[in-house]
Ligand binder design. Structure first.
Ligand code: FES
Ligand SMILES: [Fe+2]
Length: 403
């Protein structure tokens, strides 16, 4: 993020703090609880957004060297992502061209060859079939046409995107828009090192998980002993442009930072930027690292999802913050932050999400209410609705018996 934008946002946060105001969505909206339970809607979301659109698999640091790989089964196609010998990010269907067995079963690692455990056909990091036992027994095959099926893949701004559909498109100009394509470059996401990763399988729709990140109204209650100690929960900045949107939360450290010269202001000290990447990614760069949350639907069951919470260290930013610390100590310190943050999501936020799902499942609650101070929820639920061809949730001046 450019420094002038950081200054603009910090000034906006200070103005809210001084005036006792917050961001205002301009009204309220009611969201039907069927958004979290309806199987037909869930199937459309799965097929139209997860199976056939670019998905963020990780950051460049997840594939730090030639031969590095990671596998992913989140999006209905078994994916093997690699960095080939030329350093190019590639992705393939992780299915052997002999009879379809999973070629690579490890989550990640570094290999020159991927050997299928069934009959030992082997492939290189560019997906080429390079070995086939007893070719004289097997028969005449053209190895050229039996490489791993390649998937559309692109590395941009240090982010690794793959489309799980071999015939799908990789339209990152649309996905990230001009705004994020411009704003992501200076963050150097590509320099980040993966540090920790956890998965939470939770009895709630993936959108209820996303909802917990969409406002800070709950900080002073749900997170009174955790996040509220370091954040001003009743203040945030919010900007949107088409399907893109970004929140900036307000840290208590802003109280000191605002007295420094503007050239020393840093948005990661004064606040926490939260970028939303359609449909299910929350990317949060902070002082020494990056948090990445992906909420992935459970196909066929709108009442469950799995969230992956990844933490990456930004070594240059960390060295700037703590020049006296060794990298190993910074990593340990950062891993503790990651562990605390992940626990808050699991033990506080997602407990609420699961309880909300119980209410939605009962059918006894027809809708829920998004307040003026929860604009991200208004925005992406209406973005989802628009893409599904549903009427937008209307903006209400007040919630009344009629509205
Ligand atoms: S299925 Fe992979 S070698 Fe036979
Ligand atoms: Fe929360």
């Amino acid at each position: 993020m450019r420094h002038d934008e950081q200054v603009r946002l910090i000034k906006q946060l200070c103005a809210h703090l001084d005036a006792g105001t917050n961001v205002d969505a301009g009204g309220l909206r009611r969201n039907p609880t069927s958004a979290y339970t309806d199987l037909a809607q869930a199937e459309r979301e799965w097929n139209e957004w997860f199976r056939t659109k670019p998905q963020l698999l990780g950051l460049s640091g997840d594939l730090a060297e030639p031969g590095a790989f990671l596998t992913n089964d989140d999006y209905g196609t078994p994916i093997l992502a690699t960095r080939d010998e030329d350093g190019v990010f590639r992705a393939f269907v992780n299915s052997c061209r002999h009879r379809g067995a999973l070629v690579e079963t490890e989550a990640r690692g570094v290999k020159r060859r991927f050997t299928c455990p069934f009959h030992a056909w082997s492939y290189d990091a560019a997906g080429t079939l390079v070995g086939l036992p007893k070719p004289d027994h097997f028969g005449d095959v053209d190895r050229e046409c039996l490489g791993l099926v390649e998937l559309p893949a692109e590395e941009r701004h240090g982010l690794l995107f793959v489309n799980p559909d071999p015939a799908g498109e990789m339209d990152l100009d649309w996905l990230l828009g001009e705004w994020f394509n411009d704003e992501f470059s200076p963050w150097d996401f590509g320099e980040a090192h993966p540090l920790t990763s956890v998965e939470y399988d939770t009895a709630c729709n993936w959108k209820l998980a996303m909802d917990t990140f969409g406002e800070t109204y709950h900080f002073s209650t749900l997170h009174s002993d955790t996040l509220a100690l370091s954040f001003h929960g009743a203040v945030q900045c919010y900007d949107e442009d088409g399907h893109l949107h970004r929140m900036v939360l307000c840290k208590r450290a802003i109280d000191d930072m605002r007295h420094l010269p503007e050239e020393d202001w840093d948005i990661t000290v004064a606040g926490l930027p939260i970028y939303w990447i359609f449909p299910n990614v929350i990317l949060m760069p902070f002082e020494i690292g990056i948090f990445l949350v992906r909420a992935v639907p459970t196909p066929g069951d709108p009442t469950r999802h799995v969230s992956t919470v990844d933490f990456y260290l930004r070594p240059a930013a960390a060295a700037k913050r703590a020049p006296e610390m060794e990298l190993a100590d910074i990593s340990e310190f950062a891993a503790n932050i990651a562990s605390n943050f992940s626990s808050i999501i699991r033990d506080e936020d997602y407990v609420m999400s699961a309880s909300q799902q119980t209410a939605a499942n009962s059918g006894a609650l027809s809708d829920i209410v998004f307040g003026r101070n929860e604009p991200a929820l208004h925005h992406y639920h209406n973005t989802y609705r628009e893409l599904l061809g549903f009427e937008p949730l209307p903006l209400l001046d007040a919630v009344t018996a009629e509205a």
